[in-house]
Design a protein. Structure first.
Length: 319
């Protein structure tokens, strides 16, 4: 079985590559024909960002990432084999690791400077799924690199990751497809749907830093980070940084690092400089800054006030 896995992996990756390309082209054609494409330029930024994200893997993938995983597998704590339930366990554990690494991507500013590139997109479409940073190799491999130590064959992990990424592509489908398939509320109890993932990409206060899962929503529900999309609050995409345009490649790739460096340079003392690297985005040494939880609290308060006003108007139309 182990000798067949490299061949199976190569075939699956090739097949998935064609599927991804076909789905991206199909969505693009549909959006253009229906005149619902907001920006072709942002789509090209997505594609070029994918190339920049992928390029280091050609040099680091086999030597560093795969080599480390094979070394860990040789020193594994358990020998799990390839039974069907081990594949399921591998997928579940991979998905949890994705949740954890994704969570760190929002809570540690160094990692946010990498992951934040993905969030700079201002329109949701399939190519957003591959919008990554040129330093992505410092963040994304953390999801898989340690799993062989537990006894999972590295080739098994790569196959699981490929399947999960294909599912992740589906999550980034354009909002307008809801008109066809709806929001699939019944699936949200177990799976991350496009509606659930739109919340994750939204800059609306009540949606900030929610829904970190890739395939399953169970991790967010367990850790209290789940938020369903509200019919009354349409997601607005991007990040809370008015210096970045989702259509400008240089701003998308470099602006978050430039801002981090400026904060580090002006921070008094090494302790504060280090905190700018490790603390969540928005933290500052002056008053602690404003975090996502505070934004969410303000968002819910504003929504409650709006609902109260609507209720009063409904009760007294002449008001």
């Amino acid at each position: 079985m182990s000798t067949l896995l490299p061949q199976l992996l190569g075939r699956l990756q090739t097949t998935f590559g064609y599927i991804v390309l076909a789905l991206v082209v199909l969505e693009w054609v549909i959006l253009v024909i229906s005149r619902k494409m907001e920006s072709n330029r942002e789509g090209w930024v997505n594609v070029i960002s994918y190339v920049l994200d992928s390029f280091p893997y050609f040099f680091l993938g086999k030597i560093v990432i795969f080599g480390t995983m094979m070394w860990l597998y040789e020193h594994r704590l358990f020998t799990l084999g390839y039974a069907w339930y081990i594949w399921i366990l591998a997928y579940l554990l991979y998905d949890f690791m994705f949740w954890l690494v994704h969570f760190l991507g929002h809570k540690v500013r160094f990692f946010w400077c990498i992951h934040g590139v993905h969030h700079t997109a201002e329109e949701m479409k399939l190519t957003v799924a591959v919008r990554g940073s040129f330093l992505g190799f410092l963040h994304i491999p953390l999801t898989v690199i340690g799993l062989p130590l537990l006894g999972f064959d590295p080739f098994m992990i790569f196959i699981v990751e490929a399947i999960a990424r294909l599912y992740g592509l589906y999550e980034h489908v354009n909002d307008h497809f809801d008109e066809i398939v709806g929001k699939q509320r019944f699936l949200e109890w177990l799976f991350v749907t496009p509606s659930v993932h739109r919340v994750h990409h939204a800059t609306n206060n009540i949606y900030l830093d929610r829904n970190y899962g890739e395939t399953f929503s169970i991790w967010d529900r367990f850790f209290g980070t789940f938020q369903s999309e509200l019919d009354a609050v349409k997601p607005v995409y991007g990040i809370l940084n008015d210096k970045i345009s989702g259509k400008n490649l240089l701003q998308v790739q470099l602006r978050l690092w430039i801002d981090l460096w400026a904060d580090i340079r002006h921070a008094p003392g090494w302790k504060n400089k280090l905190k700018y690297i490790l603390m969540p985005p928005g933290w500052n040494h002056i008053n602690g800054g404003k975090n996502a939880a505070q934004y969410r609290a303000e968002g819910w308060e504003a929504l409650q006030e709006t609902n109260t006003q609507k209720s009063l108007i409904h009760l007294n139309p002449s008001a």
